[in-house]
Write a protein that binds this ligand. Structure first.
Ligand code: XMP
Length: 511
């Protein structure tokens, strides 16, 4: 799609939020791709972007080996927006000075005064709350730049060179914690880069279907279906493009929520595809016996998923094409980004290419999650499937801390079903809500007897991007009901606690 649409390049210097920048830009109807920060100016020139965004990153520009943009990029005459490290790196590269910030930098929501002397801030309030997260700061702007924003702790919170159309912000406009961040990015795209806004997800179904028909021809396609949004939309797209040619294999690893495996079977066994369910719970639990380390759990589950799927593929005989629900963030994350690994989000749908197929098709490879959901709706998938909350590929294995046993799984499944049932009744539901089993037991009384049962943690967050999140203010009445129901209805659960941590510093999941 890139060759015929206007393009904005996001150059990655190791920032955690690069995908948010890119999906925000696409949401504003401009096609964008993420490329490594060290891309050559020649390559950039060949792609002819209308604008470039430098992401943030964890390094200090004045340290040897820190990633810098090819200096020739500044000669291409293309507008640039540097965010956080991206702004520091641009200023440093063009002759400004960057130093460790006084008082150790700024972190969190910060009152930020925007000077109305910069087209980035057209139509924005004079003061906004922005998310700051920096240890270094620009202390001297390069020739041609002027200062465009400040905070109490940072005198140069934004810079602007209108002649060359170079802009920098120390804060993060791409996260929801920053007020009017969307407007700032809109201004960059439409006021500064003069975008037309020619990117439309609606055209995707036809383009992807044509591509699938050309690539697959009359052959059959095999898909690993997890029942999550990505593989479900992938299945619906292939079913539409290649009717009757798809076989979907659902590997039930026994770590799904209550009744979930049956629900997935119920939906997909009715559609115009061959659906196979493999019940492999015992096999996965056997391998996970005694394993307590979360990263090891993720690796075991991911690896075994591939083996089970391979075995099924062999039984089916030669099917030349493998389809995968890979989406753009998966591509970026497996591309060796410079961002620090917080946890390896193992997508059990992610299969290697060399498992005996002639070809692999990944029709969602260029799309962000919100685009995949929009596509799913257009393809007529039910809302509850398209709007599903994220559920980690390793399933309940990362919601039981420590060793996983059948007993703990049963307790957690029952408690989780109650949490979801009660929160579902709310008008304003949080974005993700579930139960966790921290694996500790506490003392209680049941009747006149001493009890020694598991603690259940209730987690509910509001977020738009899952990169940052706040704990949800669920009414105490509902929390009380959840607690009472879990204590009364779930054998083995004796105490209920509510997690009031935000992300950061906590993550959404407990492992
Ligand atoms: P964290 O816990 O990192 O989670 O704040 C952010 C979002 O990602 C989901 N998550 C995962 N998804 N495989 C997945 O497919 C995983 O291993 C995994 N770990 C976390 C989590 O549910 C939340 O929505």
């Amino acid at each position: 799609m890139a060759d015929k649409k206007e393009l904005v390049l996001v150059l990655d210097f190791g920032g955690q939020y690069k995908e948010l920048i890119a999906s925000n830009i696409r949401g504003q109807k401009v096609y964008t791709e993420i490329h490594p920060g060290h891309i050559s100016a020649q390559k950039v020139k060949e792609m002819a972007p209308i604008g470039i965004v430098f992401t943030g990153g964890p390094k200090s520009v004045y340290r040897e080996g820190s990633p810098l943009a090819d200096p020739a990029i500044f000669q291409l005459g293309i507008p640039i927006l540097g965010i956080c490290y991206g702004m520091q790196m641009m200023c440093f590269s063009l002759g400004g000075k960057v130093r460790p910030a006084a008082k150790g930098g700024e972190y969190g929501k910060t009152k930020t005064a925007l000077m109305q002397n910069c087209p980035l801030f057209i139509g924005m309030n004079e003061t906004i709350t922005s998310l700051m997260s920096h240890l270094d700061e620009v202390v001297e702007v390069p020739a041609g730049f002027h200062i465009a924003a400040k905070t109490k702790g940072c005198k140069i919170a934004a810079v602007c060179d209108e002649n060359r159309k170079f802009y920098g912000v120390q804060f993060h406009p791409e996260v929801k914690h920053t007020e009017q961040g969307d407007k700032l990015l809109h201004n960059f795209l439409y006021e500064i880069c003069h975008a037309k806004g020619d990117y439309d997800i609606g055209e995707y179904i036809e383009e992807a279907s044509m591509f699938l028909r050309e690539k697959v021809g009359d052959n059959q396609v095999l898909l690993a279906l997890s029942g999550g949004v990505d593989s479900s939309v992938c299945a619906a797209l292939i079913e539409r493009a290649l009717p009757g040619k798809l076989t979907a294999v659902f590997v039930d690893h026994g770590l799904m929520r209550k009744k979930e495996g049956d629900e997935i079977e119920g939906i997909f066994s009715q559609r115009n595809m061959k659906f196979i369910r493999v019940n492999a719970g015992e096999r996965f639990l056997g391998l996970l016996a005694g394993v307590t380390d979360p990263e090891q759990k993720r690796k075991i589950i991911g690896g075994e998923f591939i083996r089970v799927f391979e075995e099924e593929a062999l039984k089916l005989g030669a099917i030349p094409f493998l389809a995968q629900g890979t989406i753009y963030p998966d591509v970026i994350e497996s591309g060796g980004s410079a961002a620090a690994t917080i946890k390896s989000h193992h997508n059990v749908g992610g299969l290697p290419e060399n498992i005996g197929f002639d070809g692999v098709v990944e029709p969602l490879r260029g799309l962000f999650k919100d685009e995949v959901r929009a596509l799913g709706r257009q393809l007529g998938l039910p809302d509850f499937l398209v709007n599903r909350q994220p559920f980690p590929g390793p399933g309940l294995a990362v919601r039981i801390l420590g060793e996983i046993t059948e007993e703990k799984l049963e307790v957690l499944r029952n408690a989780d079903a109650i949490v979801r049932e009660e929160v579902d009744k709310l008008k304003n539901r949080p974005d993700q809500y579930f139960a966790v089993l921290p694996g500790i037991r506490t003392v209680g009384v049941v009747g006149d007897e001493r009890a020694y049962d598991y603690v259940i943690g209730v987690r509910a967050v509001t977020t738009t991007d899952f990169m940052t999140a706040e704990y949800a203010s669920i009414p105490h009445r509902i929390l009380g009901k959840i607690s009472a129901r879990i204590s009364n209805e779930v054998a083995g659960a004796g105490r209920v606690v509510y997690d009031i941590s935000g992300k950061p510093p906590a993550t959404v999941e407990w492992e």
